[in-house]
Ligand binder design. Sequence first.
Ligand code: 9UX
Length: 69
Amino acid sequence: MNEVTIKVEGMSCGGCVANVTGVLKALSGVSEAQVSLADASATVRYDPATVSVEALRAAVENAGFDAPA
Ligand code: 9UX
């Protein structure tokens, strides 16, 4: 398992945090996601053989937020 922290911009409330947490955890290969509204970030534990950081970012973007590299 690897751990990465990605930027997540555009979250406004705890509901956004829950939504981003949910979309990340729903991805195959993701075991843990800790999303911070204050830090505008998500720290994710994932299996790099199953899912890429780019796929994590894409899932966040598809949920309506910005995940700049
Ligand atoms: Mo809060 Mo976010 O009312 O997608 S849930 S702004």
